[in-house]
Write a protein that binds this ligand. Structure first.
Ligand code: 5GP
Ligand code: MG
Length: 181
C-alpha cells in the first residue's frame, strides 16, 4: 500500500516508546491537575489519541486548526487560526499537542494566541522536533523524537493529505508540493 515510501524511519514500537515517555512525564507534572489538552489539527490527531490513552490524570481535550499561508513548500511565517478552541481556558493549564515542530512559526503563533485567553500555564508537547530548522526561538516542553532536516510522513503527518493513516513514519519518494497544516 505504501510502496512509494523511500525509507521507514520510525516503526510502531519506536513511536509507542516515545508516547510512553512523554505520557509518563505529563502524568508526573500534572498530578492533581486537570489540564486542557489542545491538539493542533490535522497532523496531531493520531498522536493525541495515543497520548491521552496513556494518561492517568484527569484532562479535557480540545482542538485548534492553523495554517501557514503565502509560501509553497516552506513555512511563510504567516500563520492564521482557521478553527478555534471551544473550551474556556482562562486560569487553566494548557498542553498544546503537535505532530512536528519545524520552523516554530505555527507553535509560537498558537502559543501567543492561547496566552491571550489568560490561561494559568501553556506547555508544548510535540511528537517530532526538528531543532535544526528553527527560525523562531521556541522550545518544546515535551519532545518525543528529535530528527534532522527531512520531510516525514505517516502517523498523522501527510503529504498532500496522503499517508496520515500509515502506522509508521517514513520519507516519501517525492517531496514536491508539500502541504503544511
Ligand atoms: P512550522 O510552523 O513549525 O514550520 O511548521 C509546523 C507544521 O508544518 C507542522 O505542524 C506540520 O503540519 C508541518 N510540517 C513540518 N515539518 C513537516 C514534515 O516533515 N512532514 C509533514 N508531513 N509536515 C511537516
Ligand atoms: Mg501540524
Amino acid at each position: 500500500m505504501y510502496e512509494d515510501i523511500e525509507k521507514v524511519l520510525f516503526d510502531e514500537e519506536d513511536i509507542s516508546r516515545a508516547a510512553d515517555d512523554m505520557a509518563s512525564c505529563i502524568n508526573n507534572d500534572y498530578r492533581g491537575c486537570r489540564p486542557v489538552i489542545i491538539g493542533v489539527l490535522k497532523g496531531s490527531f493520531i498522536f493525541l489519541a495515543d497520548l491521552v490513552r496513556r494518561l492517568e490524570i484527569d484532562f479535557m481535550v480540545d482542538f485548534i486548526k492553523a495554517s501557514s499561508y503565502g509560501g509553497n513548500t516552506e513555512s511563510s511565517g504567516k500563520v492564521k487560526i482557521t478553527s478555534d478552541i471551544s473550551v474556556d481556558i482562562r486560569g487553566r493549564d494548557v498542553i498544546i499537542v503537535e505532530d512536528i515542530l519545524d520552523t516554530g512559526y505555527t507553535l509560537s503563533y498558537i502559543t501567543e494566541y492561547l496566552k491571550g485567553f489568560s490561561p494559568h500555564s501553556v506547555k508544548i508537547c510535540t511528537l517530532f522536533d526538528k531543532p535544526g530548522r528553527r527560525t523562531v526561538p521556541i522550545k518544546p516542553d515535551y519532545a518525543g523524537i528529535v530528527i534532522d532536516d527531512m520531510f516525514i510522513v505517516g502517523y498523522g503527518l501527510d503529504y498532500n493529505e496522503k499517508y496520515r493513516g500509515m502506522p509508521y513514519v517514513g520519507v516519501p519518494k517525492t517531496q514536491s508540493n508539500k502541504t503544511k497544516e
